[in-house]
Ligand binder design. Structure first.
Ligand code: ADP
Ligand code: MG
Length: 612
């Protein structure tokens, strides 16, 4: 910590002293580099942090610059008044560009944002108000009392302050709740939705952040050059910007800054060979994407990994999964009606009926098992209940409210949590951050605090971190808190997923094959964990293939086959039901059902007889 503060102080002093050593041309290049650095931070926030392809950054840049130019030369505004309006205009543009992001993802979004950028370039090249291809000259020098900003040396300080604040704000966003959610969305939007993140709004927020930085860069550019023309906001420059972010490392804002400053300097240096230079950047970007997808910023971590693998055996090896600490039992659940009611729900996938008029009712305090052959619709049922799929017919009620059409985040906030059959942890987040994302129960609109009341954000952060520590301790995960989930054994990842689901403090926990891939000892621990979760007052519904586990855990079991409920009852009743025997006889799961039936079943299980 101390060394970090020293490093930052040293950087600040160096930045302050920098102009003294530089010639007038060099300081001009540095001024340009800082403007690109701001643009790159915005790109990094949208692309690297939030995973939203944004090729409209030059348009944000242009909106900021042109607003200032038009408002000052055409409408008689002062520079700063024009700047404020320019920020507003860019943010509105960001909202507008973010609209397609509400519905689209990845490459489609790339095409749409590119189209919007092209539209903007077209417009400034042809419109009268923007001065056409000639652009607008005569933008006034921004005025500050006592400081002559027509000097590029003094302008540097203005830029450095804006850039510094911009970087600090960006890092603040990345490392607190908003940024964590953005990163979680980037890693796995479905799982982020299941932990309460409002995905469409967050996507839009990513574009607004990008536009904010684009706008600031545009304003500084207009004040520095005092002339705007279409070629500055060309697609060529868009791709340079992309190259900066990819080479520097899009997942790290500092990496983006390094890429932007570095490439601006290289570009200046190679300005006599600009055609070849363009090709060169292209080649470097391709090489980066192939060999170092995390960019320059990712190189230290890769080297560290390499070193570790080479010389092995670090402190990580002593890390262990500690035992789970049971929850303190909660009060008996009040029996005022069922917690979950699924009524005649059907789900069709183009001709395939995955669920066929499924009805089931789960009371508060139950541990319900759902079994059935592969493809019988169990996961689909969870997807409908947790809002990922919309039922084709029928209704779902949770805690008395109709939630048939509710979105995943709304269900999460209402108290439904789930795990996934094929683990869906946030891969680039640490285990601790995975838990922190789930602990955050706020709605997206609370991000106004980032703009107006940062202490609120910090206070929330502190609270979340305290809570995360106790979740990690309870689930025995403290040793892995800073690890990347993918680096951990499967059994631990399964436990992290349960911990993450429970971090949302749900009333209903849906577990999709939680024992898949676990060894015997891990299954025993799972049984203890699930019992304790139920005793703490959370109702559990569990899909499981391992009949032994279902038999020993669940008071009541629902059997699905080909999308229909074919039996429901206590384990003993279900195993004896002729429909169940038949369904399993027609399926290779038969042996599994028979062989793992509980040895202590009171009456001889017909299924067992059938197989033996
Ligand atoms: P289970 O979890 O019981 O093994 P699923 O609910 O995953 O079964 O699947 C039930 C059926 O629905 C399967 O035939 C599966 O192929 C189909 N299905 C599930 N999800 C989709 C989807 N998104 N698109 C098309 N078919 C699907
Ligand atoms: Mg399944």
């Amino acid at each position: 910590m101390k060394s970090r503060i020293t490093a930052v102080l040293a950087l600040v002093v160096a930045a302050g002293a920098l102009p003294y050593g530089l010639g007038s041309y060099t300081i001009h290049v540095v001024d340009i580099a800082l403007i690109y650095a701001l643009l790159a931070i915005g790109m990094g926030l949208a692309m690297g942090i939030s995973g939203q392809i944004n090729l409209a950054q030059v348009a944000f840049f242009g909106v900021g610059a042109y607003c200032v130019a038009i408002l000052t030369t055409n409408n008689g505004y002062g520079f700063w008044a024009a700047a404020v309006l320019a920020v507003l205009a860019t943010v509105v543009t960001g909202l507008f560009v973010g609209i397609p992001a509400l519905r689209m993802q990845s490459h489609y979004l790339g095409i749409v944002t590119l189209g919007l950028a092209l539209g903007f370039i077209n417009w400034i090249t042809n419109a009268d108000i923007s001065g056409g291809a000639d652009g607008i000259s005569g933008v006034p020098v921004p005025t500050l009392p006592g400081i002559d900003l027509s000097s590029e040396y003094l302008y540097y300080y203005l830029e450095a302050v804006v850039f510094g604040l911009g970087l600090v704000f960006g890092l603040f966003v990345v490392h607190t709740s908003l940024g964590r959610r953005l990163r979680a969305m980037r890693d796995d939007a479905l799982a982020a939705g299941a932990t309460g993140a409002e995905i469409p709004l967050l996507r839009m927020t990513a574009f607004v952040l990008a536009s904010l930085y684009g706008g600031l860069a545009g304003i500084l550019y207009a004040g520095l050059i005092r002339y705007v023309a279409p070629e500055t906001f060309s697609l060529g420059n868009m791709f340079i910007l992309l190259a900066m972010v990819i080479i520097g490392g899009r997942r790290s804002l500092v990496g983006c800054v390094v890429g932007a400053i570095g490439l601006t300097l290289v570009r200046e240096w190679l300005s006599d060979f600009s055609t070849y230079a363009q090709l060169g950047y292209g080649a470097v970007v391709v090489l980066m994407v192939v060999f170092a997808p995390t960019g320059l910023a990712g190189v230290p971590a890769r080297l560290r990994d390499l070193y570790r693998r080479r010389f092995g055996r670090t402190s990580d090896d002593r890390a262990e999964l500690r035992p789970f600490t049971p929850y303190t039992p909660g009060p008996e659940p009040s029996q005022d009606g069922p917690l979950l009611q699924v009524a005649e729900v059907s789900k069709d996938f183009r001709g395939l009926r995955a669920l066929d008029e499924v009805s089931l009712t789960v009371d508060a305090g139950e541990i319900r098992g759902i079994v059935g052959p592969n493809g019988s619709g169990k996961t689909t049922l969870f997807n409908v209940v947790s809002g990922f799929y919309r039922a084709s017919a029928g209704t779902v009620r949770f805690a008395g409210a109709d939630t048939t059409r509710a979105r995943p985040y709304a269900l999460s906030l209402a108290g439904v949590a789930r795990t996934f059959q094929n683990l869906r942890l946030f891969g680039q987040l640490t285990v601790r951050e995975n838990i922190l994302v789930a602990l955050d129960r706020t709605r997206t609109y609370t991000i106004w605090q980032y703009a107006l009341w940062q202490p609120g954000v910090i206070r929330r952060e502190r609270r979340l971190r305290g809570a995360a520590q106790s979740v990690l301790e309870r689930y025995g995960l403290v040793d892995f808190a800073e690890a990347a989930p993918a680096s951990l054994p499967y059994g631990i990842q399964r436990r992290i997923e349960i911990a993450r689901a429970m971090a949302t403090r749900p009333r209903l926990l849906l577990l999709d094959e939680p024992a898949a891939g676990l060894n015997g000892e891990e299954v025993q621990q799972l049984v203890r964990i699930v019992r304790s979760i139920r005793d703490s007052g959370t109702t559990v519904v569990l899909i499981e293939h391992n009949m032994g586990l279902v038999m020993s855990l669940c008071e009541k079991i629902t059997v699905l086959s080909s999308g229909k409920v074919i039996a429901e009852g206590t384990p003993a009743e279900v195993v004896a039901a002729p429909e169940v025997i038949e369904a399993y006889l027609g399926d290779s799961d038969l042996s599994e059902l028979g062989m793992s039936a509980p040895p202590s079943a009171e009456r001889p299980s017909p299924a067992k007889e059938a197989t033996s």
